[in-house]
Design a protein around this ligand. Structure first.
Ligand code: HEC
Ligand code: HEC
Length: 406
């Protein structure tokens, strides 16, 4: 155990042990002297004992006292400034320690150990990489409609598209009509401000860089653009199986079916990006638009793209951002920045901060909230290197959205 201690703590412990030893020896010596005194206090009483002579007092004894004083002065004169020099780094170390402790607590709350926790990982995946959760859909009267498997979005990009405050809001109140419960006291949940803070600190610690996020999105996009229309693939597979005998069916490999001439599943990059993760649960749908803007998207029963769900319908989006290329640019800006609480957008939009920003990092978004960057103008300080998605990706999504009919 001693080995694990810092040098300072070890020195401290050694000094403490020495001090104890000295105290014990002093006590023992005193005891012995006290015993010898019994019955002879007339000679030995301190006030009757002759003290040192003047020459003795002014000689070695004085020198010793003065030297000790000088030594003390050195200790104070050098020790204190040294301590003072060390203090800032000690404080910043301590700050790092506390930050680490917060992240650790958030991590424990996120994926509970044996002693229990809140289990965000159950729905959002271990390490927040996305997952899936059973959920019961009910009607307006709370009656059972059906049991579904709902995608839990990955949280390792959430701070690339939301500010900390916006994430805190989601944690505080949850997401209505979805499996995400309210966790904060304000939303009727069990967690304190401090626990929410710790959770956000933990989420902060698992964030991808924007380059990593863009690379992941690009790879998934490439994969989706190769996918063939599932209905066509299913029909071809069925036809290939039809003529086979029992044994042949057992060794049948679906990958061997020729689907080359089937149409592409996703007609454009915009459509694929809008629906990123719909088929294979990539990142729990975190990169998609459909999970908020299309009814049933999160549990594999999506209605018409952009038909409206938690986010409004996008099927008449040219009303909100009218005019050919001007409207398109304004819409790209909006999707890049996301909405901000109380900031207006488009022709009649009022933001709530729930629409994430896809190619602007939250710092830039915060500036927009403070009124330093306008929402509409094309040259509003857009980070052309993107955030979670690149600006090109957002542009193709916007083109897709504007092509959707009512
Ligand atoms: C019962 C499942 C479940 C649990 C438990 C859960 N979540 Fe969620 N959470 C979800 C779902 C599902 C969504 C997405 C909702 C939607 O489809 O709009 C979500 C959304 C979120 C979002 C917003 C992400 C975004 O990009 O929209 C955050 C942040 C979040 N959860 C954090 C947490 C944290 C932190 C915990 C643990 C304290 C937690 N969640 C526990 C299911 C869950
Ligand atoms: C976490 C949920 C969520 C996701 C994911 C999401 N949005 Fe939104 N979106 C919203 C909400 C909510 C609004 C309404 C504005 C507000 O409340 O601030 C909105 C508004 C919009 C609007 C303006 C609609 C109008 O008529 O006012 C557009 C355009 C839009 N989103 C596009 C997108 C695109 C493109 C993506 C994907 C790259 C996307 N959204 C992903 C929630 C979401």
């Amino acid at each position: 155990m001693l080995l694990a201690l810092t040098t300072q703590t070890s020195i401290g412990i050694v000094l403490l042990v020495i001090a104890f030893a000295v105290a014990i020896v002093y006590g023992l010596v005193n005891l012995r002297q006290g015993r010898a005194e019994v019955g002879s206090e007339i000679e030995l009483a301190p006030n009757r004992r002759p003290y040192l002579s003047d020459s003795e007092l002014e000689g070695r004894k004085l020198d010793r006292t003065l030297s000790l004083g000088l030594l003390g002065l050195f200790v104070i004169g050098i020790g204190l400034p040294l301590y003072w020099l060390q203090e800032p780094s000690r404080q910043s170390n301590e700050k790092g320690n506390i930050q680490r402790k917060f992240i650790e607590r958030g991590e424990q709350a996120f994926a509970p150990t044996a002693d229990g926790g809140f289990n965000c990982a159950f729905c959002h995946g271990t390490g927040g990489i996305g997952g899936v959760t059973p959920y019961t859909i009910t009607d307006a009267e709370g009656r059972f409609v059906k049991e579904v498997q709902w995608q839990g979005p990955a949280l390792n990009t959430v701070l690339l598209r939301y500010t900390r405050d916006e994430v805190r809001y989601v944690l505080e109140y949850g997401r209505p009509f979805s499996p995400m419960p309210a966790w904060g006291a304000k939303g009727g949940g069990p967690l304190t401000e401090q626990s929410l803070q710790n959770l956000i600190d933990y989420i902060d610690s698992i964030q991808l860089t924007k380059e990593e996020a863009q690379d992941a999105a690009a790879a998934q996009l490439a994969k989706m653009m190769k996918a063939k229309d599932p209905t066509c693939v299913a029909a071809r597979t069925e036809a290939a199986r039809a003529g086979l005998s029992g044994d042949e069916l057992d060794s049948f490999d679906p990958a061997s079916v020729d689907v080359e001439s089937c149409p592409q599943q996703w007609k454009s990059e915009g459509e694929a990006l809008f629906n990123m993760g719909y088929d294979d649960g990539f990142a729990g749908g975190a990169y998609s638009c459909g999970r908020c803007h299309t009814q049933g998207w999160s549990y594999g029963e999506k209605g018409p793209d952009g038909g409206g769900a938690f986010g409004p319908s996008l099927r008449n989006i040219t009303d909100q951002f009218p005019g050919g290329s001007v409207g398109l640019e304004q819409q790209v800006d909006f999707v890049c920045q996301g909405s901000a609480q109380g900031v207006r957008y488009g022709r009649s939009g009022m933001g709530t901060g729930r629409m994430p920003g896809f190619c602007i990092t939250p710092e830039t978004k915060l500036n927009a909230e403070n009124g330093e960057v306008g929402i509409t103008p094309k040259d509003s300080g857009l980070a052309s290197d993107g955030a979670m998605l690149t600006q090109e990706m957002v542009r193709s999504i916007v083109e897709y959205e504007r092509s959707l009919s009512r």
